[in-house]
Design a protein around this ligand. Structure first.
Ligand code: HEC
Length: 379
C-alpha cells in the first residue's frame, strides 16, 4: 500500500440536505480542494462550497467576440472589396444584412470554443482518466448517494484529521482513494495502440458508410416505372427505334382524316375528264362561291373574271375566264387549276377546302353565263 499515492478521502451521505450541510462545513473549515459528487445538480451547491464563478464564461466571451470581429472583417472584405456587387441598391457595406451571419458565427465560435476549452483546459484532454473512476464511491454517487471527496493536495490535508472530520459530519463509507499506478504511467492514453486501432476501425466504417450513402444509396430510384418509362421526347434522340428518331412517318398510303389526297397531280386532262362537281347548285353554294371568289380570285381576275387585275402591274394580268377555251372546260378542269395553280398562278388548295373550291367553280360558271347566256338560261 505504501507505493500507492493518496488522491483523496471520500464519504457518502443519504440526502441532499446532508450534503449541502457537509459542503458548507467543509468550506468553513478552510478546505479548498474538495469536490462534491451527486446524481443530479443540487441547488445552492455553488454557494455552499463557496465556489468562485466559473472562468468558462470568459473563454466563451473572448472566442465569441473574435467570431464577431472575424465575420465583420470577412464580409466587409468580400462584399466591398473582393467581389463588390450592388444588391437591391444597398451599399457594399450593408451592416443590417450582415447582422444575422455575425450573430450565427458569434454563437458558433462561443459554443465550440466553450466545449473545446472544457475538454483541453479543464479536463486536460487527451488525459482521460481520473482516480475516482471505477471506484465504489463513484458507483454510489452516480445512482443514489451524495458524496464528498477531500483531496490530499489540499494544504490543510491530514489523513487522521480528515477522517475524523468526515466522521463528525456523519459521513458513511469513509474510504481513501489512491491514484491508479497503471494509469499514472500511461502518459497519453489516446496514443495507445488499442485506441489508435479503434480510431482506425471507426474511420474505415464511417468513411465506407459515407461513400456508400453518397454514391450508391442516394442514386437508388425508389420506383422507376413512371419517371423513366421509354417515351418520345421532342428534340431528343430515342432508343425505341433503330434510326434514333422519335417521330415516325405515317405508314405508306395513310390518308389523313377529311383530306382525300388529290389524285390528279400534274394531270389537268385527267382531272377534266374524271372529276365532277359534287355540289348541287343552291343559293347558299353560290353565296359561298361568291365570297371565296371575291376574296381569293378577284384581286387578279377581277370581280367579273375578265382579267382586270386590281394589282396595277404588280402581278401579270391573267387572261379572261370568258374565253372560249375556259368556257368549254369541264368543272373538273377548272377545279384542277384552283387546286394546283397554273404556270405563274399559285395553287389555292391550302386556302380553300374542296367544297369551297367546287363552290368557286360554280360561281365562275355563273359569271361566264352572265356574258354568254345560253338559250336555255332564258326559259
Ligand atoms: C395572284 C394573281 C392570281 C390569283 C389570286 C388567281 N389567279 Fe388565276 N391566274 C392568274 C394568272 C397570272 C393566270 C395565267 C396563268 C398562265 O399563264 O397560264 C391565271 C390563270 C387562271 C385560269 C386559267 C385561265 C386560262 O385561260 O388558262 C383559271 C381558270 C384561273 N386562273 C382561276 C382562278 C381562280 C378560281 C382563282 C381564285 C381561287 C384564281 N385564279 C386566283 C393569276 C391569279
Amino acid at each position: 500500500m505504501s507505493d500507492k499515492i493518496l488522491y483523496s478521502y471520500t464519504g457518502l451521505f443519504d440526502t441532499p440536505d446532508e450534503i449541502i450541510h457537509a459542503a458548507g462545513k467543509t468550506a468553513d473549515e478552510g478546505y479548498k480542494k474538495f469536490d462534491i459528487n451527486t446524481p443530479y445538480p443540487v441547488h445552492g451547491m455553488d454557494d455552499a462550497m463557496k465556489l468562485k464563478p466559473s472562468r468558462l464564461g470568459y473563454f466563451a466571451l473572448v472566442f465569441g467576440l473574435s467570431g464577431t470581429f472575424a465575420t465583420v472583417l470577412l464580409m466587409t472584405w468580400m462584399t466591398a472589396f473582393d467581389y463588390p456587387i450592388v444588391i437591391g441598391g444597398k451599399p457594399f457595406f450593408a451592416f443590417p444584412a450582415f447582422v444575422p451571419i455575425i450573430f450565427e458565427v458569434t454563437v458558433l465560435a462561443a459554443s465550440v470554443a466553450t466545449v473545446l476549452t472544457m475538454l483541453f483546459v479543464f479536463f486536460k484532454f487527451p488525459n482521460n482518466s481520473h482516480p475516482l473512476h471505477d471506484t465504489d464511491y463513484m458507483k454510489a454517487v452516480t445512482s443514489e448517494k451524495y458524496g464528498i471527496s477531500i483531496q490530499a493536495e489540499d494544504e490543510l490535508f491530514n489523513e487522521e484529521k480528515v477522517k475524523n472530520f468526515l466522521q463528525a459530519l456523519g459521513a458513511k463509507n469513509i474510504t481513501p482513494v489512491y491514484f491508479d499506478n497503471e494509469e499514472l504511467n500511461v502518459k497519453h492514453a489516446v496514443f495507445e495502440p488499442k485506441f489508435i486501432s479503434l480510431l482506425a476501425v471507426v474511420f474505415i466504417l464511417v468513411s465506407g458508410a459515407t461513400y456508400i450513402t453518397l454514391n450508391k444509396l442516394m442514386f437508388i430510384t425508389p420506383f422507376n416505372w413512371m419517371m423513366e418509362q421509354s417515351k418520345t421526347i421532342v428534340q431528343e434522340s430515342n432508343v425505341l427505334f433503330a434510326d434514333g428518331f422519335g417521330m415516325r412517318n405515317p405508314v405508306a398510303g395513310t390518308v389523313p382524316r377529311d383530306q382525300i389526297p388529290y389524285k390528279y397531280k400534274g394531270d389537268p386532262e385527267g382531272a377534266g375528264e374524271n372529276l365532277a362537281n359534287p355540289l348541287i347548285p343552291s343559293k347558299e353554294v353560290f353565296a359561298l362561291g361568291e365570297v371565296k371568289y371575291n376574296t381569293y380570285c378577284s384581286p387578279c381576275h377581277g370581280f367579273h373574271a375578265e382579267g382586270d387585275s386590281r394589282l396595277r402591274g404588280q402581278f401579270p394580268n391573267p387572261p379572261s375566264m370568258h374565253s372560249e377555251k375556259v368556257r368549254n372546260w369541264s368543272d373538273g378542269r377548272l377545279f384542277h387549276v384552283i387546286t394546283e395553280g397554273q404556270n405563274i398562278m399559285p395553287a389555292y388548295s391550302s386556302q380553300l377546302s374542296r367544297e369551297e373550291r367546287w363552290a368557286v367553280v360554280l360561281y365562275i360558271r355563273a359569271l361566264q353565263r352572265s356574258l354568254n347566256a345560253k338559250e336555255s338560261d332564258l326559259q
